[in-house]
Design a protein around this ligand. Structure first.
Ligand code: CA
Length: 244
């Protein structure tokens, strides 16, 4: 999605450190992006209500009035599937895992290199145009037990109820659907789904598999569709491939 008037991709930067926010805004604007900055969760909420068409939200975890985790969770609960990249201040693993659990698509630990942030932003924003990309032969409709996934309309329903998946969850699911029964390594998934070659974070892959299992497996602790292959990666076993 782009701004109708300027055609610039739109980024919402939620960051209370004034100098960091100003520096990032300047850099991104030079990169040809439209950037709105919010210094608080409240301000971010106001902008999101006003202007819902962002292509990417960069969300600091430590904000003065609210933490980024709960803001992200609220967005997802409200059905907003805009890609979210979280900036975590601490390097603590539980912070990153928490971010991915509440529906963020990626994270970066402060302090970070501008180049790495740019690479991760490009990866997420390329994906936001993914729905309009009819390249190659890919799965368009998938049925998993009670769930029906329409990759063209991005609509996911479970027993008729709408379920909201992020663009990245959908793209990972589509990649699995395009490659049923094949062992897919974490590195391959990262390159093909995340489009990240230079910044490995395989834990992120594992975390997204957990999310898909929670969404679709009858018993996420004993997965039968998104199966781990020890030492190799994952294998997608759709119900129709199991003779059931
Ligand atoms: Ca902060």
């Amino acid at each position: 999605m782009t701004d109708a008037k300027t055609s610039l991709p739109r980024v919402l930067l939620v960051e209370d450190e004034e100098h960091l926010a100003a520096g990032l805004k300047l850099n991104f604007e030079l990169d040809g992006l439209h950037v709105d900055v919010a210094a608080t969760g409240r301000e971010a909420g106001r902008l999101l209500l006003q202007e819902q068409r962002y292509d990417l939200i960069i969300l600091d975890v430590m904000l003065p009035d609210v933490d980024g985790f709960s803001l992200c969770q609220k967005l997802r609960e409200a059905g907003n599937t805009t890609p979210v990249l979280m900036l975590t201040a601490r390097g603590a693993t539980e912070d990153r895992v928490e971010g991915l659990n509440v529906g963020a698509d990626d994270y970066l630990t402060k302090p970070f290199e501008l180049e790495e942030l740019r690479a991760r932003m490009r990866s997420l924003m390329r994906r936001s145009a993914w729905g309009q990309r009819p390249e190659g032969r890919t799965t368009r409709l998938l049925e998993l037990g009670d769930a029906r996934i329409d990759f063209d309309s991005h609509e996911v329903t479970v027993r008729g109820e709408i379920m909201h998946l992020t663009a990245l969850e959908l793209e990972l699911l589509r990649y699995f659907a395009d490659n049923p029964g094949r062992v897919l390594g974490r590195e391959e998934l990262q390159q093909r789904v995340w489009k990240l070659n230079d910044y490995p974070s395989q834990r992120m892959v594992d975390n997204f598999i957990m999310r898909l299992r929670r969404h679709f497996e009858p018993d996420p602790r004993n997965p039968v569709m998104f199966v781990s292959v020890r030492g190799a990666g994952y294998k997608f076993m759709p119900p129709s491939n199991r003779g059931g």
